[in-house]
Design a protein around this ligand. Sequence first.
Ligand SMILES: Cc1cc2nc3c(=O)[nH]c(=O)nc-3n(C[C@H](O)[C@H](O)[C@H](O)COP(=O)(O)O)c2cc1C
Length: 344
Amino acid sequence: MSKLQKPFTIGKKVLPSNVFYAPLAGCSDFPFRRMSAKYRPGLMYCEMVKMDALVRHDQGTFHMLDYSPEMHPIGGQICGSKPAIAGQAAKIIEDLGFDVVDLNCGCPVDKITKDGSGSGMLKNPERIGEVIANMVAAVKIPVTVKIRAGWDEQNINATTITKIAEQAGAQAICIHGRTRAQGYKGPANWDHIKACKQAATTIKVIGNGDIVNADAAKRMFEYTGCDAILVARGTMGQPWIAEDIIRHLQGESLPERSIEDYRQALLDHFNFTAEYHQDRRVVVDMRRVGCWYIKKSAGTRAFRELISKADNLDHVRELIQEFPMGDLMASANEAEEALCEDAC
Ligand SMILES: Cc1cc2nc3c(=O)[nH]c(=O)nc-3n(C[C@H](O)[C@H](O)[C@H](O)COP(=O)(O)O)c2cc1C
């Protein structure tokens, strides 16, 4: 085992590795997590759910938290700003059998931040401490928190929040190296992750931002000294990235993946989606999911156009089987464009 890749002890739990898969709203759903589970990330998170919706037992919200045994270790992420319901919401996640519960302090979307939730919490670090303390008091599973570097360049406060989260009893803090003002654009600044690692005493630090391949993962560990990494957009269309990262950290070479490997992975993802969602939803989802797998080849746009005309599952399957997936070495620009289109 390499110096960088190791089992990850969090509270009383030992996770198999320190390479994690991120919560991705609208993306890390049940079929996505079935694909991910094949490659055994150390931990995978479900997409975020709202605390308010959980405590009023909203069925759609519970549906988003569906998982199957092979998805363990699995984390549930809650989003909200009210200390009074945070404990109850965390307990619901624990009672559903999740291994970890995370607090979202990073979502940049206006409708989330306007009541102080998501990255809105970055403006009120004391509130983050209160919410975490109430979660910790309510559950036995480890509590983690996911933040950004700060609200904007003038208000970088990730190290302050790291100390507050540690005091409040969180076992780990994930730092996304972008500010809220950046959204998902521009490079993540890993200096902020490094600074949080230096500020941390007992709390584990998880680095996040721009881990798009195994080499970037290694650089994140080496540059920041972080204890674990969280891969986000890098998991889209590359469900095997955890396996690649671990091989790379151990000094092994990575398997060459052909166009047909990508096509097969997309077909698997399609089949998992068709088994789980209603037909109409499958067609809609495949427009997006298909582009992830095709992003490294030429023709994402052409695929999206074709698939948007498909009106049943057989048609979608046929398109995937027959789409000329082109050259996997297509320009990095197109890959990047496709990733940006996916960001919510
Ligand atoms: C489509 C999309 C959905 C996301 N949903 C969530 C979410 O539910 N919870 C969360 O904490 N972060 C969410 N994020 C942020 C990612 O987890 C991650 O912090 C961010 O994308 C930076 O990592 P990357 O540069 O490797 O993509 C989302 C990001 C994207 C692009």
